[in-house]
Design a protein around this ligand. Structure first.
Ligand SMILES: Cc1cc2nc3c(=O)[nH]c(=O)nc-3n(C[C@H](O)[C@H](O)[C@H](O)COP(=O)(O)OP(=O)(O)OC[C@H]3O[C@@H](n4cnc5c(N)ncnc54)[C@H](O)[C@@H]3O)c2cc1C
Length: 267
């Protein structure tokens, strides 16, 4: 058994603004009195632009700029934080769907990945293949709930060692190391994995839009959620709060329970 560290989350990608394109569009609609704010993230500028485009509310009405303003609008909210605060308050969360954040979650179990992939709306996944990748050792994270009980921890280690030896014995029985045919190897590898524990540490890449991440963070850091997904959800929440402070301005951690809560739970 190879004991691994705590599950870890890496932010590996996020939506980027193509400033030249946005500037060209703004020029073509008459150069409204609005510009993206370099002190906020590209994603947050993009969300604001999406909202202002919907309502033609780049600036107050100006008959000289009919494509950039709207006779119904005599004043507009200024500032990305205020603008996004209003989007959240009014529940117009579809504009949040334009911005993605991609994470690699490492040393996570199949318990975790089964739970994560239940989130479908706005999500994309790529998961380490245990049909291709043969298990010759079993990496496992021992949850805190077990690690505090020496007898339980000992039992876990014994079972994992047994299952690890089973993987090796099956590989010997079939002589897989001497085989050249990859299709047969893949078939056998997939058969062996049936005897691997779902606690095995693996890796998943996950992309979600910010509307989906708000929902997932709320559901999966709650006290009712599972230990491991809470740990990972907590890391994702911290990264989102840092990277997109205006989109997550209404999200706060309850230090007693560890749950991240939102003033506007459904946007
Ligand atoms: C504490 C906890 C315990 C759980 N226990 C169980 C369990 O015992 N058994 C079990 O099977 N699952 C369980 N789940 C998983 C849960 O039922 C959901 O499948 C999972 O959390 C995905 O969330 P979601 O349905 O909101 O989907 P998401 O894909 O995250 O969707 C986000 C939102 O989009 C909307 N949406 C998405 N898809 C549709 C659709 N097809 N039609 C209409 N609206 C849609 C809904 O408003 C949904 O809330 C549990 C989850 C938690 C957090």
């Amino acid at each position: 058994m190879r004991e691994v560290d705590l599950p870890r989350v890496y932010l590996v990608a996020k939506t980027m603004l193509v400033s030249e394109g946005l500037s060209a569009y703004l020029k073509d609609i008459g150069n409204p009195d609005w510009q993206s704010d370099s002190s906020v993230s590209d994603g947050e500028n993009l969300i604001e632009a999406a909202g202002r485009m919907c309502y033609r509310s780049w600036q107050p009405w100006d008959p000289e700029k009919p494509e950039a303003s709207n006779p119904n609008v005599s004043q507009v909210r200024r500032g990305n934080d205020r603008y996004l605060a209003n989007v959240l308050k009014s529940g117009h969360g579809s504009v949040l769907e334009h911005v993605n954040a991609t994470f690699i979650c490492r040393n996570v179990s199949r318990v975790f990945t089964h739970e994560l992939v239940r989130h479908r709306a706005g999500m994309a996944y790529s998961q380490e293949s245990l049909r291709y990748v043969r298990l010759d050792n079993l990496p496992v994270w021992i949850p805190d709930s077990a690690g505090t009980n020496p007898k339980a921890e000992k039992k876990i280690r014994e079972v994992i060692d047994f299952l690890e030896n089973t993987q090796k014995e099956l590989a010997d029985i079939f002589g897989i190391d001497d085989m050249d045919d990859f299709t047969t190897k893949k078939t056998l590898t997939s058969m062996f994995r049936r005897l691997a524990p779902i606690g095995i540490a693996t890796t998943i890449m996950v992309t979600g839009n910010l509307r989906a991440w708000r929902h997932i963070i709320s559901m999966r850091t709650s006290l009712h959620a599972e230990e491991e997904i809470r740990l990972v959800g907590n890391q994702i929440a911290k990264i989102c709060k840092k990277e997109f402070p205006n989109v997550f301005q209404d999200m706060f951690r309850d230090d007693e329970t560890g749950a991240w809560e939102f003033d506007h739970s459904k946007v």
